[in-house]
Unconditional design. Structure first.
Length: 650
């Protein structure tokens, strides 16, 4: 049995005082994280190392009465650090990081399919002279590809315990937990491995020979697939086809599930109207919670399907190939493949993408990538895109074999990615025009069927973050919006003077919203957004989206529920301007929807991202710069999109 938890100062409340601290070290893609998850029960949390922004993952493994604090150090190919992540690993192993205790023992994770390279790293770690145990991963793949390894002989050659573990299937995890209880008996090698590269290579060869190691045969499927997928032309064509199919799948498969979720919230809204007599309480439950938060939750099927497909592509090994292809593109923008990996992380959320820049050795590259990361299309934009694309494009429209809605979605993602690389190039050029790129190493794993459990865990961990935001930021914002949309309270006399029948609840709701504090706020900023075709309701949604982009959907959900609680989507389609030169004209015309979509491609509407930029850069200068340039760029590009769409007859 194992549990995991973590506090920001590096202590672990689940472990008793003085619990042994065991560090996991290994190269990226060596299976280290799977081993960590197997030991800590997938419930470990993340914080930061004292005084620095590099993340640390700490959990607790428990076997009987024994408890051990397990720390997953950042992955590195060697102990000659070139990035902040790698520097932290070295400093923790050497006990030089103030406020972080040196580990009592080490679990060194090595990949059986690339053991020669892994042993070079293991030699450097063993030279630190800490009690150690070597964990060999991917032994099943080694055997499947006709390779061979005698782990007992390997243990004799290294002078430390060696255990085979298949991390993604949790095979060997129980035995490894038992091994942790004997950590005090783990030896330090009597003769430390050599530190000079040439001597270390010779040492690794002798260890491999003693262990009867036979490397795996080349993966034929991988060879044949990579001949196409890594080709500069065909590989790029396949990449775009995969992405187009990806977004088409998100629309097609999730639509029936979304319909069921919408029916559920419509039923809940009906129950509230039927059984809650107090109009304020009924409005709060029906409009703020069901209309607002429920309006965002209906997109959970798309969110979960998006993360499921991303986890499958990563588990199969395709995303590593995409990074390899994009390395060529990144080089044209003065960046390297590590920058693409960081930008790719931003598809889920810009925050992990910004934090992933810690792997970049160049400070200028890190800054340029951080300033571009918010342009990558994160999951928070997905509900907005789905809602607006539904208003803009007929679901039955097709372009060849692809649905038009999926292609529009792909186009928005592509626009964000291209804009991100252009922004990174601008910031890199402003700071350092003549720097030479650092060599970029990336492991291309063989194509393999991902373990279903690992895929589901990856999907759920990402979707859980979205649901957590719905239960905190979006709930709070929806409540504030509901109050703004329903205050001040209007008397019966005021309603009658306005010509509204007080018995007509829909007319009363529409009048109240049109004369609310929210309407005043939306009209106050109207001069800014009027050239884009937005009315006060859209303006309020734009302002609320500064807290989190999804609240734009919650805002429109509340407005639509107030105007037509039975058919909120039809209420949006029928919504007209309530004043000004456009009074009586539809709000969501094709030019206006196009402007809205492009505005959300560029605008920095996430205060959590701003806070992380402040933390990572150590100053407010760069977050303020990012917010300013992205807001101005969003307005200009939205105006351009509206103008072009209007000229095309939209």
């Amino acid at each position: 049995m194992s549990t995991g938890c973590h506090t920001g100062d590096g202590t672990d409340p689940a472990a008793p005082p003085g619990a042994p601290r065991i560090a996991l070290v290994g190269a990226p893609n060596s299976g280290k994280t799977s081993v960590f998850n197997g030991l800590t029960g997938l419930r470990a949390k993340t914080g930061n190392y004292p005084g620095v922004t590099v993340s640390r993952f700490v959990g607790t493994s428990r076997t009987g009465r024994h408890r051990h604090v397990i720390e997953d150090l950042p992955g590195t190919y060697g102990l000659e650090p070139v990035s902040p992540d790698e520097r932290i690993t070295v400093d923790v192993l050497d006990g030089r990081l103030e406020g972080a205790r040196r580990p009592d023992a080490l679990l060194i994770v090595v990949d059986a399919t690339a053991l020669e390279r892994s042993l070079g790293f293991a030699a450097q770690v063993l030279a630190r002279e800490l009690p150690a145990c070597v964990v060999v991963t991917f032994t099943d793949e080694l055997a499947r590809r006709q390779g061979r390894l005698d782990t007992e002989a390997l243990a004799e050659a290294l002078g430390v315990p060696v255990l085979p573990v298949i991390g993604h299937r949790a095979v060997g995890a129980a035995r490894l937990r038992e091994q942790l209880t004997t950590w005090r008996t783990w030896p330090v090698p009597a003769v430390a491995p050599p530190t000079e590269p040439a001597e270390r290579d010779a040492w690794a060869e002798s260890v491999l020979a003693y262990a009867g190691y036979r490397p795996p045969e080349r993966h034929r499927i991988t060879q044949r697939a990579d001949a196409v997928l890594l080709h500069p032309v065909w590989g790029t064509a396949v990449f775009f086809a995969v992405m187009a199919l990806f977004f088409q799948t998100v629309f097609t498969l999730a639509a029936p599930l979304q319909d069921r979720v919408e029916e559920l919230f419509a039923w809940l809204s009906g129950r509230v109207d039927a059984h809650v007599g107090n109009p304020w309480l009924s409005g709060f439950l029906g409009d703020a919670l069901i209309g607002g938060v429920g309006g965002v939750l209906v997109f959970v099927p798309q969110i979960m399907l998006l993360f499921l497909l991303l986890a499958l592509l990563e588990g199969v090994g395709y995303m590593a190939r995409a990074a390899f292809l994009m390395d060529r593109v990144m080089a044209r923008f003065g960046l390297e493949g590590r920058a693409f990996v960081a930008l790719l992380s931003s598809f889920a959320c810009a925050i992990p993408g910004i934090m992933a820049t810690r792997t970049l050795p160049s400070a200028r590259d890190r800054l340029a990538t951080m300033m571009a990361a918010p342009l990558m299309t994160c999951s928070a934009r997905l509900p907005v895109y789905v809602l607006l694309i539904g208003l803009l494009v007929d679901p039955s429209a097709r372009v060849g074999p692809f649905g038009a809605q999926g292609l529009v979605m792909f186009g928005l993602y592509l626009l964000g990615a291209v804009s991100a690389m252009l922004a990174a190039w601008v910031f890199k050029s402003l700071g350092d025009r003549h720097s030479r790129p650092v060599p970029f190493f990336m492991e291309l794993p063989p194509y393999r069927l991902p373990a279903p459990r690992a895929v589901l865990v990856a999907m759920w961990s990402s979707a859980r973050a979205f649901l957590r935001k719905c239960s905190t930021v979006i709930v709070a914002t929806s409540v504030v919006l509901w109050l703004l949309l329903n205050l001040p309270v209007h008397t019966t006399g005021q309603l009658r003077a306005a010509g509204d029948d007080t018995a007509d609840t829909t007319a009363v709701s529409a009048y109240t919203a049109d004369h609310s504090y929210a309407a005043g706020l939306g009209r106050a900023v109207a001069p800014v957004f009027e050239p884009l075709g937005f009315d006060w309701r859209v303006n309020v949604g734009i302002l609320s989206a500064q807290a989190a982009r999804e609240t734009f959907v919650a805002t429109l959900g509340q407005v639509a529920a107030a105007e037509d609680p039975e058919q909120p989507e039809q209420a949006l389609r029928a919504m007209t301007h309530s004043g000004g030169d456009r009074a009586g004209q539809p709000v969501f015309t094709a030019p206006t929807v196009a402007a809205l979509l492009v505005y959300f491609v560029y605008a920095l509407q996430c205060m959590a991202t701003v806070a992380v930029l402040r933390r990572e850069t150590g100053t407010w200068r760069w977050p303020a710069t990012a917010f300013a340039y992205l807001t101005v760029l969003a307005w200009l590009m939205a105006y351009l999109a509206r103008t072009v769409t209007g000229l095309l007859g939209g």
